[in-house]
Design a protein around this ligand. Structure first.
Ligand code: NDP
Length: 459
């Protein structure tokens, strides 16, 4: 902390405003030309992401979660693409009914459940909340009631499992591949609608910061971000746990660990739903395929691979392994949450808060919105003075913990940490590009004071 405070002193004195402001905050938002590298990434994802999801789920369904076996069989001629495709369960009307009921129920909860949690839970922020200022200078409002919707959904799931027995707790697992066709239908429908709407009848034309590339615009974009995908995440894991019990007659400590660590992450998301309004997803990424299809298909299918794997490979961890993973997960979560919390409190109190027992130091900066007005902002210290994205570092530690809970026999459960590393490194670059355009010289002062992105001394 002391180091951080000293680092900031050239530009600010504790709690006192700096007089240096960037003269001409450049244009920001996403009105930039897409380079060839990004374009190739976007087109590849649009073409292959649905097949990546299918590949992993099919590998578990037909090859005991081996990622290499399908390729070996294809290469040796033992299997063909059409025989693999023919063995995969197809679309079913019962899956379509389950999915329709699920999405309608979540829409109903989102629209009809009034937020009362802020009255009973100290520190919880709910109800209608302001988002961040958009490039056009507007502040949108969002309904925050995800925590209640999550609790109601899980209470009903628990009541069904232990009391009503309307459906089997393995329901999600039992329809997993037919459900995948339904999630794809919704994912493509919603992203295509958002894309057409943004071009033809946008809510606010000044906030349409398109790049010059149609594929990028299609890909990048509150209901869809949190629900139905993230509410389902913990139910999917519970369904895997029930399936492991049904198939093997017991539940492994690894399955419990994955369920608990991921449930903490999901609950954290809903407890801090108002904070989420200030993240890059909501503030800067337009709603498109990345968020629309991603939250319908990619997230529920690939973020839950660990639980799926453990149904096929019930790993019982030694005490040392269990404890090591638990510690990694808890420390990762602490760094992730504390970093995000520090920024949230700092921004909400405009810097008049305590951080690690002191008033935080900060760099004062200014930027210009599309309507020409100049606004002021501040870049804080705390974890943000240790490295510029310690929240990503914590997230990556937690992600590694989920994977390591599955042992070291197969690559498949490690897909998540590989994917998260690529996602968050790419985010670092995207975010810094945006902050540099937004804050100009002030951002440079920050990067001079805090030179590392994720790990002090390394990167
Ligand atoms: P951040 O929460 O890190 O937000 C970055 C923004 O914070 C910047 O654009 C800037 O915005 C502001 N900022 C930067 N430096 C400072 C500073 N020193 N003080 C105050 N504000 C600063 O980014 P994300 O939205 O990407 O991530 C939010 C969380 O979500 C992370 O913990 C991430 O790990 C997690 N996440 C998880 C994903 C998953 O799939 N599991 C996917 C994506 C994210 P401004 O313009 O306001 O100054």
């Amino acid at each position: 902390m002391e180091t951080t405070r000293r680092r900031y002193e050239p530009s600010t004195t504790n709690g006192k405003h700096s007089e240096q402001h960037s003269e001409q905050p450049a244009q920001w938002g996403r009105a930039w030309e897409v380079d060839w590298f990004s374009l190739m990434g976007v087109v590849s994802l649009l073409c292959f992401a649905p097949f990546i999801v299918f590949y992993f789920v099919m590998a578990c369904d037909q090859y005991q979660c081996s990622v290499s076996q399908p390729l070996i069989e294809l290469y040796s001629g033992e299997s063909s693409l059409s025989s693999i495709w023919a063995r995969a369960p197809s679309f079913s009307w019962s899956a379509a009914q389950i999915y329709t009921v699920w999405v309608c129920f979540q829409v109903f909860l989102y629209l009809c459940v009034p937020d009362v949690m802020h009255k009973v839970l100290p520190g919880y922020v709910g109800g209608v909340q302001d988002g961040a200022r958009t490039p056009a200078g507007l502040i949108n409002q969002y309904q925050i009631n995800g925590l209640q919707c999550w609790l109601i959904t899980h209470a009903l799931w628990g009541a069904n499992t232990h009391y009503f027995h309307w459906f089997s707790p393995t329901l999600i697992f039992d329809h997993w591949i037919p459900l995948m066709w339904c999630t794809n239908l919704l994912g493509y429908a919603v992203s295509t609608f958002a894309f057409i709407k943004a071009y033809l009848f946008p809510t606010n034309a000044k906030d349409c910061k398109f790049t010059g590339n149609v594929f990028y615009n299609y890909m990048m974009g509150l209901f869809f971000n949190g629900r139905p995908g993230i509410v389902a995440w913990t139910l999917i894991n519970l369904s895997y746990m029930a399936k492991q019990q049904e198939v093997h007659g017991y539940v492994t400590n690894s399955m419990v660990l994955v369920n608990v660590l991921q449930a903490v992450y999901v609950l954290d998301f809903f407890w801090n739903e108002a904070w989420y309004l200030k993240t890059i997803d909501i503030c800067h990424d337009h709603f498109g395929w990345y968020l629309g299809w991603g939250d319908c298909v990619w997230l529920p299918y690939l973020y839950t691979l660990q639980g799926l794997y453990l149904v096929y490979h019930p790993v019982q961890l030694s005490n040392v392994h269990f404890l090591s993973v638990l510690v990694l997960g808890v420390v990762g979560y602490y760094v992730f949450r504390s970093t995000n919390h520090q920024k949230d409190v700092f921004r909400r109190t405009d810097g008049t808060c305590s951080m690690w027992g002191h008033a935080p130091t900060y760099i004062e900066c200014s930027y210009r919105s599309g309507d020409g007005s100049v606004h002021r902002s501040k870049l804080t210290s705390g974890f943000w003075g240790v490295a510029r994205h310690m929240n990503y570092t914590g997230d990556l530690m937690g992600s590694l913990a989920y994977c390591a809970a599955c042992g070291f026999q197969h690559v498949l459960p490690y897909f998540y940490i590989i994917y998260m590393s690529i996602l968050l490194l790419h985010r670092c670059v995207r975010d810094e590009h945006r902050c540099s355009s937004k804050y100009g010289k002030d951002w440079k002062r920050y990067t001079d004071a805090v030179p590392y992105r994720l790990l002090p001394g390394l990167f």
